[in-house]
Design a protein around this ligand. Sequence first.
Ligand SMILES: Nc1ncnc2c1ncn2[C@@H]1O[C@H](COP(=O)(O)OP(=O)(O)OP(=O)(O)O)[C@@H](O)[C@H]1O
Length: 259
Amino acid sequence: MSKRIEVNNLDVYYDKFKAVEDVSMIIEPRSVTAFIGPSGCGKSTFLRTLNRMHEVIPKAWVDGEVLLDGNNLYGPGVDPVLVRSQVGMVFQRPNPFPTMSIRENVLAGITLKNKRISKSEADGIVEKSLRGANLWEEVKDRLDLPGSGLSGGQQQRLCIARAIAVQPDVLLMDEPCSALDPISTLAIEDLIDELKQDYTIVIVTHNMQQAGRVSDKTAFFNIAGTGKPGKLIEYDATKTIFENPSEQATEDYVSGRFG
Ligand SMILES: Nc1ncnc2c1ncn2[C@@H]1O[C@H](COP(=O)(O)OP(=O)(O)OP(=O)(O)O)[C@@H](O)[C@H]1O
């Protein structure tokens, strides 16, 4: 549970287009790291390379290394499906499987892996995951109703429950609150704060107040112009990035002067 991520000289391409250039960074376990930067600078692209999710996009490829507790995710013979169960992902729009019940949604990652489990084991996983996602009390009496019947914020917490049910080491979140109202957003932010006891968390956010509230460290990415690759400009403690950054571009961005 909760592993260290080390990225060494990572470039990300869509066919011949280099979208992200030469990123190196270390993300410590049991911490929250926020990725911020203007639209198109490659935050989501880079995030997806941390669990090989970019490989579902035709012609997307990487050059470089991503190590999880020292093991290269891109090493020969490493199974991307296994990588994605160690490094879970929560997306911008809550995406519970619409035809599945709340219970089936939580168990979806486990049943996809063809893992046979007993009814009582499944019940335990469902309760533990929903409790972990702060959703249990709200849904415990309707586990067999469709997940799509929940509110947006509840659906996002259901997706978090689904992600943690497979006991990952890392949770990647790509703008997990952008489709949510302020109350649901705060519920997810509180949850992120609790989850960091057990997981390494990386979150892409456009909301600087959110980065300030939830993250221990912040990475600022930027792009020099259209067609140019995104780059990691500065990576430091969140307080330093917001109050005393080293780079002028970071200061301009966090103070709202561009982006
Ligand atoms: N599937 C794709 N195929 C080709 N190019 C892509 C694809 N997805 C993203 N890109 C390009 O890669 C670059 C980085 O995009 P990305 O979505 O990672 O940026 P971002 O910083 O997450 O932006 P935003 O904040 O708007 O979500 C952009 O030039 C984008 O057009």
